[in-house]
Design a protein around this ligand. Structure first.
Ligand code: SF4
Length: 391
């Protein structure tokens, strides 16, 4: 158990996340959010909604907030959580009320042509289609993520209702316009954000040019369409593209299924030629970590990396001892400061639970069979540890 258990996290006090598709609102993008109550949203300050105030009060009183369970679970096992990796655990505030937030995360919806290995139906329409057409992944205790249950259908219904409610749309838009007056940093995500170009332009036109906007994209779009977007985005010098990637070649195509590495490079070249600023955002799991050191050496821009917390079987530390040793040595040989927390995670005394190991095995077999992908891109020791035999 880590020494610091003050249960404080600055992200609760400095961020707002609104998911337009799922109709939810919360603070940090990693917490479990609340469904938007439009009456309250109209009456209360968006940065200080009653549930946010309650949770901040709890954090200030050193109590465990349920919506941050992903972080607590990781820390309970002595593992790095987002709050610890990003160093948000210093109790620097005293009041649950905030005058303004540092960043606003806006999630447009789930429209996306990719099924990234760490992603789920909650963020990708292609993942939803996979489950709808090919059935659930028969994993242990992972029903919410890998099968279409009532919860997912309710979310779809809520989104559909919202889509037809002009009044709610107007309330939300007014609140976002109010927020735009004081927020300096915006993160816009999807699905694939660039598939929501109308919404994106509506947003860019209300955000002052003095604020920074990071538009997240997986570059999973055809070159012609992408170049068209880039030409539109050139009119907004405050925009940076946040490109999601962490691997190259076959590992890229496995973990970012739905895009080809060739198309990724073509679109990246178009970004470079456009003059629009960009940076990388890497999501690190036990499936993406294998190609990460090569990616860091190849990348010519800043990388912001974060560990996967959910599903637990995909956490970085769930690897065989030989793979851990290999990765630690590779990071030490090609050392950069960004590797510190990763090395620490891999060196931690952690034993993968039987359920996590079984789920990882089942997931890899199902994911690769459905997409006709070969698992031989992963080290033998890793596959043998999972009792997976490839030809
Ligand atoms: S504790 Fe974790 S989930 Fe909660 S606000 Fe901080 S980073 Fe987000």
């Amino acid at each position: 158990m880590p020494a610091d258990r003050n249960y404080f996290c600055a992200r609760k006090f400095s961020e707002i996340t609104v998911n337009v598709g799922q109709q939810t609102i919360g603070t940090c993008c990693a917490e479990t959010p609340n469904i938007i109550n439009y009456n309250k949203l109209q009456q209360e300050n968006m940065f200080n909604l009653s549930h946010m105030m309650r949770e901040r009060e709890m954090m200030l009183n050193n109590q465990k907030v349920v919506s941050c369970d992903g972080c607590w679970q990781a820390e309970d096992q002595g593992l790095p959580s987002l709050r610890l990796v990003q160093k948000h655990n210093k109790k620097i505030l005293q009041s649950p009320t905030v005058q303004q937030v540092k960043s606003f995360n806006l999630v447009f919806g789930t429209k996306c042509g990719m099924t990234c290995s760490y992603c789920t139906q909650n963020s990708s329409s292609s993942w939803f289609k996979d489950l709808q057409h090919n059935g659930p992944y028969e994993l242990i205790d992972q029903v919410d993520l890998y099968s279409i249950g009532n919860k997912n259908l309710v979310i779809k219904k809520i989104s559909a209702v919202f889509g037809s409610s002009k009044k709610n749309e107007q309330i939300l838009f007014e609140q976002i316009c109010k927020a735009a007056k004081s927020v300096d940093m915006w993160y816009v995500t999807g699905g694939e954000t660039l598939l929501y170009i109308k919404l994106l332009l509506k947003l860019l036109n209300i955000i002052p040019s003095t604020a920074q906007v990071v538009i997240m994209t997986g570059l999973g779009i055809k070159e012609k369409q992408f170049t068209k977007f880039l030409n539109i985005l050139k009119a907004y010098p405050n925009v940076t593209l946040g490109i999601s990637a962490e691997n190259m070649y076959e590992l890229y195509e496995f973990n970012r299924y739905g895009n080809t590495y060739k198309n990724f490079l073509t679109c990246l070249t178009a970004v470079k030629n456009s003059g629009i600023d960009y940076q990388f955002f890497s999501t690190l799991s036990n499936l993406t970590v294998f190609g990460y050191v090569d990616f860091v050496q190849w990348a010519d821009k800043k990388i912001e990396a974060q560990p996967i917390i959910t599903p637990s079987f995909m956490r970085i530390q769930n690897l065989d001892p030989a793979s851990k040793k290999f990765l630690i040595e590779k990071m030490q040989t090609n050392y950069c400061g960004e590797f510190d927390w990763l090395i620490e995670t891999l060196q931690a005394d952690h034993e993968t639970s039987l359920n996590d190991k079984k789920n990882l095995q089942l997931f890899l077999q199902e994911f690769s069979n459905r997409r006709k992908l070969n698992l031989n891109i992963f080290p033998n020791t890793f596959l043998e540890w999972l009792n997976i035999h490839v030809v």
